[in-house]
Design a protein around this ligand. Sequence first.
Ligand SMILES: Cc1cc2nc3c(=O)[nH]c(=O)nc-3n(C[C@H](O)[C@H](O)[C@H](O)COP(=O)(O)OP(=O)(O)OC[C@H]3O[C@@H](n4cnc5c(N)ncnc54)[C@H](O)[C@@H]3O)c2cc1C
Length: 287
Amino acid sequence: MIAQSFNYEAPHTLTEAIHLLQHYGDDAKILSGGHSLIPMMKLRFASPAVLIDINNIPGLSDIIIDGDTIKIGALTREVQLEHSDLLKEHYPIFADVTKQIADPQVRNRGTLGGNLAHGDAANDHPAVMLALGASVIATGPDGSRSIDINDFFQGFYTTALEQNEVLTEIYIPVPPDHTGSAYHKLERKVGDYATAGVAVVLTMDGDICKNIGIGLTNVNAVPMRALRSEEFLKGKPLTDQNVKEAGKLASEDCAPSSDLRGSEAYKRDMGAVLVRRMIASALSRVK
Ligand SMILES: Cc1cc2nc3c(=O)[nH]c(=O)nc-3n(C[C@H](O)[C@H](O)[C@H](O)COP(=O)(O)OP(=O)(O)OC[C@H]3O[C@@H](n4cnc5c(N)ncnc54)[C@H](O)[C@@H]3O)c2cc1C
């Protein structure tokens, strides 16, 4: 199908973009990589009267360390995340996740900010951000505010962003020593959305799990953390039995729906399996 006609704006500054958002109100949508928005428009699930393309605004695609925070611009493309030396050094989970998103064409255009702002529980970055304990920076007419990732995904395709706000940056803590991370999703074929996916970021104190974040993809209407699994493992050794129990808790707490990718029971089982495997994988990367 062909999208409904729309007006196109291409501001060169963030201030201009925010003015345009204020001016057009609910008629406007931001365009980043366009790899979720344009398909939605072609299917007529979205019909914005105005697209505000933020690709000409400089300074939105840097990956830098600032003190104990890694700052990633919202317009950073998947391909940049995959090849960033800084991220490779601190968080191998970024190479894991980006390699599993769609295909090179999509990864050359799709952005981290767009992936999160879209609010799709099938997207892969939300689970990773939940596991990492990220914060999202939203900039609007009154300046910037930080949104804890735990408060960001509010419902089906719904986030905490206000209509007149641009997601400008994502903040991630620099990992403490002895941290490892990993992401994997079960997919029907290469490039597909997840049947189930799991992100794990853990920090060890000797044999004891000091801290752990577990994010789940596509097994709930909203991207979710496996909170009971995390709480269960904190302060304990990662024995086979403990890890198995954490997987079981995650599979109990998620709420997948049966569809072409699998039945509810299958997705719950796969969630548990992936929790176990990603804990092992993250553990093997602890440094
Ligand atoms: C064939 C195909 C396969 C795919 N497979 C996967 C997959 O396996 N896993 C996966 O995670 N994703 C997948 N995607 C989605 C892809 O990752 C998208 O690029 C991503 O979901 C959206 O990023 P974008 O930059 O393209 O955003 P856009 O499509 O430009 O925008 C998406 C939404 O977010 C809003 N938005 C965008 N940027 C901002 C911002 N900075 N501030 C506020 N709002 C903003 C837009 O207004 C729109 O509502 C796939 C896409 C395609 C076409």
